[in-house]
Design a protein around this ligand. Structure first.
Ligand code: PAF
Length: 307
């Protein structure tokens, strides 16, 4: 299958490397124009040794040949990427979107079938094109909008699963997306604001905030016909915080490295949707404001061990 990955982040490179290991795939990668010079190969750290793989670059003009395009971008880069690349992609090519947070439905392109890929694999960038697969996870893929035949769904799942198991097809991808959003709405801003590892937010003192974030979240989700129970959702979030106890969340890491955060697509998404639906979301609003302020002022003196 002819596959193009858009985005050279840790997850984009992980899929690029894994998919290109299968000889049946012809994989190319389209990197950000901010990268002045791209190397001819990437490196992958496996069992303590660095493996090399050729990097085959994609260009806008040959996107037309792609049978599958996988976007692995930060949520805030999607709008510009859609504007830039969609005119070059065939309307019959399925697009897979892989990101944290949510994109507003009105910003999604209507011409292609859109799939969401939710992954719990962890990948760490050591250098620009050198990554390590730091956490074995699983991936769910499902249809967000548009049409996709059962045969194509099966074929895409097989290609992804062969490359990076276990990837499973989900008929309930939207519900899974909301579950992941709940996890990110709690862990990301609390760890960023408190400059702590994920496990720290399981402490008793965070429970009132967790309860308030999730109560607002559940009301907004319910208005979208996605139903959650507060006790179960709290348990799920605490469980993820516990199982990733020593991790530095992506948002905390963004703050520590003076990068923009995805807050507008995580808690900010709940605030915007709440406003539209006339649902009050004061704690999600306060966290969105606080993280935005923190991200603007930066933390130049603080260091993190992960990225
Ligand atoms: O964004 C993140 O960091 C991750 O999605 C999660 C699950 C919060 C773990 O760190």
């Amino acid at each position: 299958m002819k596959i193009t990955i858009i985005g050279q982040g840790a997850i984009g490179l992980l899929w690029y490397y894994k998919l290109s290991q299968c000889s049946k795939n012809k994989v190319t990668i389209l990197c950000s124009s901010s990268i002045a010079k791209t190397p001819s190969e990437m490196q992958f750290l496996s069992d303590g040794t660095w493996q090399k793989a050729p990097l085959t670059m994609a260009h806008k003009k040959n996107l037309m040949h792609a049978e599958l395009v996988i976007f692995c971008l930060k949520a805030y880069h999607y709008q510009a990427a859609f504007n830039d690349y969609l005119p070059f992609i065939s309307p019959s090519t399925p697009l897979i979107l892989c990101h944290n947070g949510m994109l507003m439905t009105e910003s999604l392109p209507a011409q292609n079938s859109l799939l969401t890929l939710l992954t719990t694999h962890a990948s760490k960038k050591h250098q620009a094109f050198a990554i390590e697969h730091t956490g074995q996870g699983t991936s769910d893929i499902g249809l967000l909008c548009g049409n996709l035949s059962a045969k194509t769904a099966k074929q895409l799942t097989k290609v992804l699963n062969n490359a990076l198991p276990e990837t499973i097809w989900s008929e309930h991808i939207q519900e899974k997306q909301w579950r992941k959003l709940a996890i990110n709405c709690v862990i990301n801003p609390l760890t960023a604001m408190n400059n702590c590892d994920n496990g720290a937010i399981t402490r008793q003192k965070f429970l009132p905030d967790i309860n308030a974030i999730l109560s607002e979240f559940i009301q907004v989700a319910q208005a979208q016909q996605i139903n959650f129970n507060l006790t179960e959702l709290t348990a799920l979030v605490l469980n993820v915080a516990q199982s990733t106890a020593t991790n530095c969340s992506s948002m905390r890491s963004d703050i520590l490295h003076n990068r923009p955060t995805e807050i507008a697509h995580i808690n900010g998404f709940i605030v915007r949707l709440g406003k539209k639906l006339h649902i009050e979301t004061p704690i999600n609003y306060a966290l969105t404001q606080a993280v935005t302020e923190l991200s603007n002022q930066g933390l130049p003196n603080k260091k993190s061990s992960t990225s």
